[in-house]
Design a protein around this ligand. Structure first.
Ligand code: ATP
Length: 875
């Protein structure tokens, strides 16, 4: 390393002066460079660019080195090697196409690298003249042009870095802005009370297949032509209807997949009766709107604006939902090509009144959005037909009735193709004799004739023959060929299918009339068919108690063509097709009394089993409840003894739930997963089964009374822990469901032989629960208000169902009858005089919650008011 005293400049005045000036220039330059580089280093901090930050650090180091370089050419050599290292450090950023560096950042790093690379090459060239090293060092340290070069070099580095900084910071800001917008939009969109598994391609189990290639050709062509027609004036709705199992869903899914591939499918909702959310008419428009927001960014922007103005619009009446969530966003766009919304299996949507309403809304409004089209499939149920026939059907919708409009030969062709292919596959796979055609032409024709127009028949045949490897396929085939169908009378379209199901069930009871096996069959198959949601094998065995997993497997041995039998205990057995539950629970169709499942009796069985499972879980009753009645309950229940508010740390203003917090809570899954699936099931659905038992059933009434008097407090306590989370937030939907359960049990009991004491106890418990959960609610809880599920207008004050006029109440507009509304308005007026204007915080999630959430901050605890209107806290 050269020492200052060794410098060849020593003693040369002019050179010394020049050197000082350069040194000053360099010092100034250096400090701004250092500042720039530090900023760069910060800008790069946290970015997934392994080499970039290192490269800047290198240049920082390099600048320091340049101080020495001013008097030392070796340092310049170091500078060169630093630049080479920098080159190396940056190269992965642009060399690896799979690198997770954001594209714009990668680009600016590449630019920086290119610039620095050039500088390196330029200086390397000079330094490589090794044989002139001494001369060069001399020249560099003394000559004006070399000093200028050095400065130019530093300037170039600085320029390159400045450019890099500007680009990085700007794109960083843009990215942050976009991220902000995205998360704001996502927050707003998640306010929609939707169901995430509704779309045709969701991963939910039992998702439908698409049509076998070569089948349904003319039908698919007709629907496709309608969907893709560029004429905006053609009918905006298409209704594909047909009998159960004729193949509607399979066609719908084929169409949906094709439209989706071509970017024409805006959204889809596949209804499923076995799923609480997938059958809920109130979730249809919010779910479609959410999917549309993912389909089109313009729609998303508009929808977010709508939600910002009215975060509750997804929980309002259906017509209001449609206006805000679908029409309003579309109104701000102008569609140039068709956008299709698909509603599959609409007959599984509930309640029926809302389904009809939904169709009417679609019909009335769809034409106001050119190119928006609705493809609906359903069974030909009367209420759906009526809803569609009410409107001018000429121009509004196109209809295709699968069991009437499609030629018999065409259906036969499709079913023949399907059977031929699938049965041959089974034969080839089992026998390896691929040259043999199986079944014979004659047998195939018989099977085709048996299937009639029902694809589900053909699909069941295939499963019956090939579904159980332990059974001989020729024997299975000859059993099928023995199915007697005969003439299918008009009005009994399922005669063939019923014949097939009866034949299959015969094999279950072939060897035995033993009552044990009959009862076992009913308990097991009845549960699979009538449970509100499928339960894994092991949990099913635990629920039904008397029968093990082995018993279940044994019972299902011959039913592989009808019931999906899982291979592992953690999966749930389910029926392949809804036509089987329909068949086996109908005494007219299931003419064999042995397998027939009486829905009322099975409901009683499942209700009693649910109570047993819960009672076992809650443990023995400690106090002799009935004698002490309500007093006993009030002094012993967890709800009475412990203040839930204190226990769960609920804040006083809990009724002031913001829209966001309430809606967010609706999304969260409040299930208690520490409980086993059968306990969770019993906890949620015992009352559903009760409601399917004919009123007056003595055994059920006694069990209900025993359960309520002994265990209701425990059940409510567990429910409350799910309703109110650790932060004091309420799951309003679950609270509403809980009140509905109590009310339903009460209604059932009041038509049965339950005691008065029991009924009073239920009323008291409900009121008490309400007071505990919503202590600041204005109107309190009048027992008897129940879920307004059918969209019937019910006064939340007196439960009147008719009124000359509907007026506003604490739960929102049109929630009180004329009389109650006037009384409420009078109260408000009086109170307004006394207090500052009330702040409206009504958390109106949906009509079911309105009964329980009556929040009008500023109107609470006015016990001192002379309230002649009846709107007092204990109303
Ligand atoms: N074109 C087809 N190709 C292959 N399989 C089909 C076809 N059409 C229907 N299937 C089969 O037939 C069975 C019944 O069809 P699908 O579920 O579509 O009937 P559906 O009319 O929708 O019945 P439901 O009204 O009860 O819902 C299914 O197992 C399906 O896989």
């Amino acid at each position: 390393m050269a020492q200052p005293g060794d410098s060849p400049l020593t003693g040369k005045e002019s050179a010394s002066l020049s050197s000082v000036q350069d040194s000053n220039r360099w010092t100034t330059l250096k400090s701004s460079l250092v500042l720039g580089l530090r900023a760069t280093e910060m800008a790069l901090d946290g970015l997934p660019i392994p080499g970039a930050k290192g490269c800047v650090s290198l240049i920082l180091h390099l600048i320091k080195t340049t101080d020495l370089t001013f008097g030392n050419a070796e340092a310049l050599q170091a500078l060169l090697s630093r630049l080479e290292s920098l080159h190396e450090a940056l190269s992965p950023v642009y060399a690896d196409p799979d690198s997770d560096v954001p594209e714009d950042v990668g680009k600016s790093v590449r630019n920086l690298e290119v610039k620095l690379d050039k500088l390196a090459a330029e200086w390397k060239h000079r330094l490589e003249k090794k044989h002139r090293k001494r001369d060069f060092i001399l020249r560099m340290l003394t000559a004006e042009d070399d000093r200028d070069n050095l400065t130019t070099f530093a300037n170039s580095i600085e320029q390159a870095i400045q450019d890099f900084l500007v680009v990085t910071i700007t794109s960083g800001r843009i990215a942050a802005f976009r991220e902000d917008t995205k998360s704001r939009e996502s927050r707003m969109l998640h306010l929609l009370p939707r169901t995430p598994t509704a779309s045709y391609n969701s991963a939910r189990t039992g998702g439908a297949n698409t049509c076998l290639k070569g089948t349904r050709l003319s039908i698919l062509k007709t629907i496709n032509e309608w969907a893709r027609n560029p004429d905006p004036s053609q009918p905006p709705m298409f209704w594909l209807n047909g009998l159960a199992g004729i193949g509607k869903t399979t066609i719908a899914h084929t169409i949906a997949a094709e439209l989706d591939t071509d970017g024409l499918l805006g959204a889809s909702f596949v209804f499923l009766r076995a799923d609480d959310q997938l059958k809920d008419a109130r979730l249809v428009f919010p779910t479609l709107a959410f999917q549309l927001s993912q389909f089109n960014s313009q729609f998303r922007t508009r929808l977010v604006q709508v939600l910002e103005q009215d975060p509750d619009c997804g929980s309002k009446r259906l017509d209001l939902q449609f206006a805000s969530l679908i029409l309003q966003p579309f109104a701000a766009m102008s569609l140039k090509a068709p956008v299709i919304l698909m509603l599959d299996a609409l007959d599984e949507c509930e309640p029926e009144t809302l389904t009809s309403e939904l169709l009417r809304i679609l019909h009335r409004n769809i034409k106001s959005v050119p190119f928006l089209r609705i493809f609906v499939t359903s069974r030909p149920e009367g209420y759906i037909r009526e809803a569609l026939d009410l409107v001018d059907s000429n121009s509004s919708h196109q209809k295709l009735v699968l069991h009437e409009d499609v030629h018999a030969e065409e259906v036969e062709h499709d079913i023949r193709l399907f059977l031929q292919l699938r049965l041959q596959e089974i034969w080839d796979e089992r026998t390896k004799k691929t040259s043999v055609r199986w079944p014979s032409e004659g047998d195939l024709e018989k099977l085709v004739k048996q299937s009639g127009k029902l694809f589900v028949y053909a699909a069941t045949i295939v499963r019956f023959i090939g579904g159980n490897r332990a059974l001989n396929i020729n024997r299975q085939l000859s059993t099928l060929l023995g199915v007697k169908i005969g003439h299918v009378p008009h009005g009994e379209p399922y005669r063939q299918l019923d014949g097939l199901y009866l034949q299959i069930l015969d094999s279950v009871f072939a060897d035995s009339d033993d009552d044990y096996y009959i009862q076992r069959f009913r308990a097991i198959v009845g549960s699979i068919v009538l449970l509100e949601r499928p339960l894994p094998l092991e949990s099913l065995a635990n629920l039904i108690g008397d029968h093990s997993v082995e018993d279940i497997m044994e019972t299902l041995y011959h039913l592989h063509s009808i019931i999906i039998v899982p291979a592992v205990n953690s999966e749930a057995p389910r029926t392949y097709h809804l036509s089987f539950p329909n068949f086996i629970t109908s005494s007219d169709r299931c003419t064999n009394p042995k397998p027939y499942i009486d829905p009322g009796k099975l409901a009683q069985y499942l209700f009693l089993r649910c109570l047993t499972v819960m009672e076992r879980d809650f443990g023995p009753i400690i106090v002799d409840a009935p004698d002490k009645g309500v007093d006993h309950i009030q002094s012993n229940t967890p709800l009475q003894n412990t203040n839930i508010a204190d226990e769960l740390d609920i804040v006083d203003d809990r009724s002031e739930l913001s829209h966001a917090s309430v809606e967010d809570l609706e999304q969260y899954d409040s299930e208690d997963y520490s409980l086993s699936p059968e306990i969770r099931y019993s906890d949620n659905y015992w009352c559903r089964h009760l409601m399917n038992i004919p009123t007056g059933d003595q055994e059920a009434a006694i069990a209900l009374e025993r359960f309520i008097m002994s265990y209701l407090p425990k059940w409510l306590h567990r429910r409350t822990a799910r309703i109110v989370d650790e932060s004091g937030n309420h799951n309003v939907k679950l609270a509403g469901d809980t009140f509905d359960i109590i009310h339903d049990a009460y209604r059932w009991a009041s038509h049965s032989i339950c005691s008065k004491q029991f009924q009073v106890f239920l009323q008291q418990s409900a009121k008490h629960l309400h007071a505990q959960l919503f202590p600041t609610a204005y109107a309190g809880y009048a027992f008897g208000r129940h879920l307004n599920t059918d969209n019937l207008q019910i006064c939340l004050g007196c439960e009147a169902t008719s009124s000359p006029e509907w007026r506003a109440g604490p739960a929102g507009p049109r929630t009180l009858c004329n009389e109650c509304g006037l009384g409420y308005a009078k109260t408000l007026k009086k109170r307004f005089k006394k207090k500052t204007p009330p702040k409206k915080v009504a958390a109106t999630l949906n009509s079911s919650n309105l009964n329980h959430i009556t929040t009008q901050q500023g109107l609470n605890n006015d016990d001192d008011d002379d309230d002649s209107s009846g709107w007092s806290d204990d109303n």
